[in-house]
Design a protein. Structure first.
Length: 202
């Protein structure tokens, strides 16, 4: 994900992505597994995520990971959602509570997305995009859902006359921010910041 490839993060979404828990008593174990999985992705990339790698991180059996995430797609989705949730919280603080224009949303988002803390997140998301572009499951199905989820999430923060227009503007913001992030990843921060200045967002 780039900025774009995050799902709408709600409690319902997270529960659906990790819906194998039976009983409140196991919640802590599930959260520990998800936290370890997130650490693997941020430190080593999406391709490194496996039942065995997560089990090794926690010094537990592979079967414990499988219990909570019966399919690897469940684990991948849950991790991406968890990372997206963290980033959305960061952006919500920057955006505030009032709807904003496209330009103002980008102005407020770019400093947040330029933080060192955000870099590993986007490394993973660009990897997901690459795998989806190559048609590799489950990324080929996950990526469009996450993209549309992010556009919907952002649309609620756009200042416009109707829902259709808000979604169109949100999609344009996502497209421009993703482009800047791609430039930064490939060509470096200096060129990306120069491009951001040309767009009038810094």
């Amino acid at each position: 994900m780039t900025f774009a490839i995050f799902v709408v993060v709600t409690t319902k979404t997270i529960n659906e992505a990790t819906a194998t828990v039976k009983g409140v008593g196991y919640r802590h174990d599930q959260e520990s597994i998800l936290k370890a999985s997130k650490h693997v992705v941020l430190a080593e990339g999406v391709s490194a995520l496996s039942y065995g790698r997560v089990a090794k991180e926690l010094a537990i059996s592979d079967r414990m990971v499988v219990y909570y995430f019966p399919a690897k797609a469940d684990l991948i989705s849950a991790v991406i959602v968890a990372i997206g949730s963290e980033l959305q919280l960061m952006l919500e603080e920057a955006f505030g509570s009032e709807p904003l224009s496209a330009k103002e949303l980008m102005r407020r988002a770019w400093p947040v997305l330029s933080l060192k803390k955000a870099q590993p997140m986007f490394n993973g998301f660009f990897e997901v995009i690459g795998l989806a572009s190559a048609g590799q499951p489950p990324y080929d199905e996950l990526a469009p859902v996450l993209l549309n989820g992010w556009i919907d999430w952002l649309a609620d923060r756009v200042k416009a006359q109707n829902a259709v227009r808000r979604r169109e503007i949100a999609a344009s913001v996502v497209a421009q921010i993703d482009g800047l992030l791609m430039i930064r990843r490939i060509s470096g921060a200096r060129i990306a910041n120069a491009a951001a200045r040309e767009l009038g967002i810094v």
